[in-house]
Design a protein around this ligand. Sequence first.
Ligand code: FES
Length: 388
Amino acid sequence: MLSLRTISSKGHKFVQEVRLCFGRNASNFPKTGIVLLNMGGPQKIEQVHNYLNQIMTDRDMIQLPFAQEYLGPWIAKRRTAEVQKKYEEIGGGSPILKWTNKQGELLCKRLDSVSPATAPHKHYVAFRYVPPYTKDAFTELERDGVQHAVIFSQYPQYSCATSGSSFNAIYKHFKDKNLPNDLKFSVIDRWSTHPLLIKCFADLVRKELAKIKNDKRKETIILFSAHSLPLKTVNRGDSYPSEVGATVQMVMEELDFCNPYQLVWQSKVGPLPWLGPFTDDAIKSYVKKGKKNFIVVPIAFVNEHIETLHELDIEYCKELAEKVGVEEIRRVPAPNDHPLFIEALTSIVNTHLQNKVAVGSKFLNRCPHCVNASCYHSKKWYSEVCNI
Ligand code: FES
C-alpha cells in the first residue's frame, strides 16, 4: 500500500526545522495540537442562512428522502427568518465559539502543566457549519508545525449525525492531500461516562436543586434533556441514545438517586418520527399528573448555544411553563468553564496521550446498518493515519 505521507508539506517541514533551531519546547511552536470538533453556531445573524444551508445539505447529518441538493437549500431558505429571530432573542448570535475557545485555552494551560513531555499544547477549533471550519483548523495547525494532532470530539456522546459528520469532514479535507510526514494523528471520539464529567453535571444539578423551595425539593423531577435523533438514524445502530443513557445513569448514581428523573429529547424537526419522549410533551404531561416542579439538565451539550438559551430557557422554561402552570422550573447551566469540566477535558486528553491508543476499535467499526460510503472511506483512512 502506498503511504498517505509520501510528500511532506514544505510549510510544515520548514516550521519543524525552525523549531529545531529554537529548541523543541519553544513556546511559539506548539508540539501537540488539540483539535476541538463541534457543529458550531452562527455568531452573527447574517451567517444563519449559510449555516442552515450547510446543515440541510450534509448527508452525514440529515438524509432527505430525495433531491437533497435542491430540497436542502429550499428548506434552509424557508427556515432562515424564523431561526434568525431566535438568534436575535438570545443576543444576536451563538456563544459556542467563545465557550469553545475558553475551554480550549484552559485545557491547554492545564495540559502544559500535567503533561510537560507533550507541551506546548495549543487548541484549534474545527466547526462543521460555521467558521472556523475543518480546513481553517488544519491549515493553522500545519502552519504551526504541530507534531501530533489530537482530534477531540466535543460531543461527549457519539452520534454518526454529529461527531461522525465532523470526523468525515476531516477525512474529506485530507483525502486528496499528501500528509506531512511528521504529523501524527489520534482520535478521542467519545467520553460519555468520564468520572469528572459525571461529577461536573452532578455538581451543577445539586446547585440548582438547592434553589428549589424546601417543601418542593424532594418531589422535583430532574429532566435530562438531549438533542433527539430521527428513529431511522437510531435504528441504523447509532450509539448516541445508549451513551446519553449511560451519562444519565452515572449522574444519578453520583447524586444517590436523590430525586425522580427522566431522560427526554428535544429539538425535533420535520414530520418524520424521532426519538422521544420530547422535553415539552413530558413537561405538559407531568403537570397534568400534578407534578409541577422541574430541574432541566442539558446532558448532551457542553456549552451554551441556541438549544439551551432559546429552546430550553425561552420556549420551555418560560413560555411553556407559564402556559401549562408549572410551579418552578430551573435550567442547569451547560458545563462551560466549570473547573470540574476543565479537569475532565484535561484528564481525558492526558490519559489519551499517556495510553498511546491512537484510535478506538468502536470508532473504526461502522453501525450495523450503515450504507454511507463516506463512513466506509473515512474509517479506513483513520485506521491508516492514526498512529502515536
Ligand atoms: Fe454510523 Fe455510518 S452511519 S458508521
